[in-house]
Design a protein around this ligand. Structure first.
Ligand SMILES: [Fe+2]
Ligand SMILES: [Fe+2]
Length: 345
């Protein structure tokens, strides 16, 4: 943020009657002006507490989804049907770990620690995307996840590249590039199955039938029931409503499903000439809320495995911290050489 208003806010003299209230008003005005001008809010800038809290909630939930999302697909790494598929799937799962790291780092710029966020995930006080509470029953699920789940993630995340909070927006640029690869590999894998034997084609269709509706739920509840949407849009954290993004995703998927030679499991899905969009059938929001409450098929399994992975990784964190402390205390070779050079010059 580098607007004239921000500058003015920074230059305001402290002290004097009513100066605290005046200063707060100026800070708020500078923030509002920066958001209105599509400038980025950076970690050292003043921001309303509610904006900070809302971003921490959203970025943490996003980070948690990236690392929990590794589990359903990791389930198939050892059983990938070829070396090529295994290498692709391992690369994808590693990308998701990387996305988690960028996002936890982005959250840390808001003054919250990674330990605190992980603790909230492990104790159920922060959520991750409900889509990862569904099981991966066959190899085709890996393709369906790449095509539909990563595809829905891209639809959600491309607008986040213009999010008002700088570190989140910048993390999203790299994440979206990698998500494109994830979506493509899923599509290509499903295409190979769809054009394969009858059994392979049926397996691909079955996976799409199971993942389609949960993918539509990834955009969150309908606009009229979405508690955070309106404020997030005012702050330009979000740029489009849940229903807008869901519609965009449906419109993208319909022709892709045709190219794949697969159908989408919705008898009401049809082009609406007047709207210029596809109409689609009602979403089972009872299922959505039920999974969100913890009653999905894999909620317990996912969180138990996450806690176990965290405990088993304790020695790695300890070793990394000990190494960092050692490095911070020891003189670096290049620094020592420079000092010596200066002394003899
Ligand atoms: Fe990701
Ligand atoms: Fe992904």
């Amino acid at each position: 943020m580098a607007t004239a208003a921000a500058q003015k806010a920074a230059e305001t003299e402290p002290g004097g009657a009513g100066s605290t209230a005046a200063r707060a008003a100026e800070q708020q005005a500078a923030f509002d002006e920066a958001v209105a001008a599509d400038e980025r809010i950076e970690p050292r800038d003043w921001m309303p507490d509610a904006y900070r809290t809302s971003l921490i909630r959203q970025i943490a939930q996003h980070a948690h989804s990236e690392i929990i999302g590794m589990q359903p697909e990791a389930n198939w790494i050892t059983r990938a049907p070829s070396l090529r598929r295994k290498a692709i799937l391992m690369a994808k799962a590693q990308d998701e770990a990387g996305h988690g790291l960028y996002l936890y780092s982005a959250a840390e710029t808001l003054g919250v620690s990674r330990d605190e966020l992980l603790d909230k995930l492990h104790s159920g006080r922060q959520k991750y995307s409900s889509i990862f509470n569904y099981p991966t029953l066959t190899w085709a699920d890996v393709g369906a996840i790449g095509w539909l789940v990563d595809g829905a993630a891209i639809t959600n995340q491309v607008p986040l590249c213009r999010c008002s909070y700088g570190p989140y927006a910048r993390a999203m640029i790299r994440v979206c590039k990698e998500e494109s690869f994830h979506q493509r590999q899923g599509y290509e894998s499903l295409l190979a199955l769809s054009r394969g034997t009858q059994a392979q084609h049926e397996m691909a269709q079955d996976a799409v039938n199971r993942w389609w509706w949960p993918s539509l739920m990834m955009f969150g509840p309908p606009d009229e029931e979405s508690s955070h949407s309106e404020q997030s849009m005012t702050w330009k954290i979000k740029r489009h409503s849940n229903d807008e993004l869901r519609q965009r995703f449906v419109d993208i998927c319909v022709p892709q499903a045709e190219s794949l030679g697969l159908t989408l499991p919705d008898p009401d899905l049809k082009w609406n000439e007047a709207r210029g969009h596809h109409d689609f059938g009602p979403i089972d929001w009872t299922e959505f809320w039920d999974v969100l409450k913890g009653n999905g098929p894999c909620n317990d399994q996912r969180i138990t495995q996450r806690r176990r992975a965290h405990e088993e990784g304790a020695w790695v964190r300890e070793a990394a911290a000990a190494y960092a402390t050692k490095q911070a205390g020891a003189p670096r070779a290049d620094t020592a050489a420079t000092a010596h050079g200066e002394a003899t010059a």
